[in-house]
Design a protein around this ligand. Structure first.
Ligand code: GUN
Length: 283
């Protein structure tokens, strides 16, 4: 068997065009959805990420503001900026790019963002809303994974989903989203004794560890759906995921490639969340 690809670029294109249409409708009512992206310091990868986020906003007709600050910015000054953005009616979503310089308490900054503008879904109120099934913003990467499953009309009810990785940004919220769709969910992590025994039982596997070849063909049940959240470099310096793509695609029914899989979906769901924030604010 050769797995069918779940194309994150194609799905993103479709979802972003839906965002653009909804943004137009809001603008007609006098509200332009606005995202503020705050970058502190000169982390190279972060510079690329925020540029891509701002560009994606522009392309979808969303207003965006990029605020760049020196790495020496104090925590108090950053908290004051977040507070100003909380009170700015032209801004519906606030994203403080992580990582922050070591002298700034990132969690404190995240908690300072108004939950109504927390389009990253990192605030404790957002995490609690997800956990309890209340309205709130879902973290973009696992939310994008759910959209990918939706795009292949995958019914999670009664299926066994195995999530590899337990980060607050991907693994834990991913597990809660799968649970909400009535999957039986197992979270595996560095302390898991026999990962292969777990993944071999899975109908859906989400690999979100940040390490190459965490999932190989011998660990996958034939016909399983495999989502690869990893972003790593191989020996030749080429972008690769956590999954041994060439091997696993021979066993899985569906698989996401890296690049062009989950990656583009993260920014797409940021646009969706920002639009949603603006729609909620305008109602
Ligand atoms: N750094 C890496 N990914 C992300 C993300 O999704 N949001 C924020 N705020 N920072 C990040």
């Amino acid at each position: 068997m050769t797995a069918q690809l779940i194309d994150g670029n194609a799905l993103s294109k479709q979802l972003r065009s839906e965002v653009a249409t909804r943004a137009q409708a809001l603008k007609a009512k006098g509200v332009t959805p606005g995202l503020a992206v705050v970058l502190v310091g000169d982390n190279q990868a972060s510079q690329v990420y925020v540029r891509n986020k701002v560009k994606a906003c522009e392309d979808a007709g969303l207003h965006s503001v990029l605020e760049k600050y020196e790495a020496s910015m104090t925590e108090a000054d950053l908290l004051a900026r977040v507070e100003a953005l909380n009170n700015d009616p032209s801004i519906h979503g606030i994203l403080v790019q992580l990582p922050l310089p070591a002298h700034i308490d990132a969690q404190k900054v995240i908690e300072a963002i108004s939950p109504a503008k927390d389009v990253d879904g990192f605030h404790i109120a957002s995490a609690g809303a997800l956990m309890t099934g209340m309205p709130g913003f879902w973290p973009c990467t696992p939310y994008g994974c759910m959209k990918m499953l939706e795009s292949i009309n995958y019914d999670l009810k009664g299926k066994h989903a195995v999530v590899i990785g337990r980060s607050n940004i991907v693994g834990k919220p991913m597990a809660l989203m799968l649970l909400q769709k009535n999957a039986t969910v197992t979270i595996c992590h560095s302390g898991t004794k026999d990962l292969k025994a777990m993944t071999l039982q899975a109908d859906v596997i989400v690999a979100a560890v940040g390490k190459r070849n965490v999932l190989t063909a011998d660990m996958v049940k034939p016909g399983a759906v495999v989502l690869d959240v990893g972003m790593n470099r191989n020996d030749e310096g080429k972008l690769c995921g956590d999954v041994d793509f060439e091997g696993v695609k021979q066993v899985a029914s569906h698989i996401t490639p890296v690049p062009g899989g989950v990656g583009p979906m993260t920014i797409t769901m940021l646009l969706v969340n920002t639009l949603e924030a603006a729609e909620r604010a305008s109602n």
